[in-house]
Design a binder for this molecule. Structure first.
Ligand SMILES: [Fe+2]
Ligand SMILES: [Fe+2]
Length: 293
């Protein structure tokens, strides 16, 4: 595993997140619905990310370009570390009294096992498509971080911020592998749509299961809260995703946010407080969110 940055600046950070004994499933105290939407996403990551790693691993067997291979290896290592840390989070979540999530895990695993049987072209279009959405959602959540992370559990907020930052950092790889092997635009755009539909199908039943267990599913207040969060996400996420799906787009054209650049610089200086950021004022840059001790 790489201990140094690739030419494109991708670094495999072997970070480790600890979740408190009194871990709260609704880790955002003011936004239980958003917490469960994010929990639904977290539960699918240890199945989706191995699938996209599998796709890139299969794809690079046909690639000889040493630079692209180096970037691909770092990308795979980053994604592998993402899902391992989310698995730790998911275990903490299930231990809070949601054993029914095991059934969801089995269903998601079956879904990705089926996708593994598809053509490499489809799997890479899905992978590149998913990475477009990851880039889009990363910009959305980091830009609107006060709304999504204010007063949230520090470990959970820091887990998501680390993951989102690395999604921005490795934004080029899946696109470059897809273009290198297959080229063209239309099928890649189809990959975005297909990955979006599949992702919604994987995440939605999970957050419904969580909300049912909490006894709030079906209430008008819950429905309204879901609509509000989804609208807030999509008003930024959708235009970005459409822009990234246009012909002539390359992820390198998307400027990295200042928040991410400062986070990376602090990490390079050995700052361990990035793993338990103080969420009382997320309008701050990462330096302003470092814990007191
Ligand atoms: Fe990831
Ligand atoms: Fe990614």
């Amino acid at each position: 595993m790489s201990e140094r940055k690739t030419p494109q600046g991708v670094l495999v950070r072997k970070v480790h997140f600890e979740f408190p004994e009194d871990f709260q499933p609704c880790w955002h105290p003011d936004k239980p619905i958003f917490s469960h939407l994010a929990n639904g996403a977290s539960l699918f990551l240890p199945y989706m990310e191995p699938f996209i790693i599998h796709s890139v691993r299969e794809a690079i067997k046909q690639i000889e370009d040493p630079e692209l291979l180096e970037e691909a290896r770092a990308w795979m290592a980053q994604e592998a570390h993402h899902f391992k840390q989310h698995r730790r989070f998911n275990e903490a979540l299930i231990a809070c009294g949601y054993p029914e999530l095991r059934e969801r895990e089995e269903a998601i695993e079956r879904g990705y096992n089926d996708l593994r049987k598809r053509s490499l072209k489809y799997k890479m279009a899905y992978t590149a498509g998913f990475e477009v959405m990851a880039l889009s959602i990363a910009h959305t959540l980091l830009e609107d971080r006060e709304y999504f992370f204010k007063d949230a559990d520090p470990s959970t907020a820091s887990l998501w911020m680390w993951h989102l930052i690395e999604e921005i950092e490795h934004k080029n790889l899946a696109f470059d592998v897809y273009q290198h092997l297959f080229g063209g635009h239309l099928y890649r755009a189809y990959g975005i749509l297909s990955a979006l539909m599949h992702m919604v199908g994987m995440i939605r039943p999970t957050y419904i299961a969580l909300l049912k267990k909490d006894g709030v599913w079906g209430r008008w207040k819950t429905r309204w809260a879901i609509k509000k969060v989804v609208f807030r996400l999509f008003v930024s996420f959708l235009p970005r995703t459409i822009l990234y799906a246009l012909p002539g787009h390359h992820p390198s054209k998307v400027k990295d946010p200042e928040f991410m650049r400062e986070w990376v610089a602090l990490y390079d200086q050995g700052e361990e407080g990035l793993l338990r950021l103080d969420t009382r004022d997320p309008r701050q840059t990462p330096a302003g969110m470092l814990p007191a001790s």
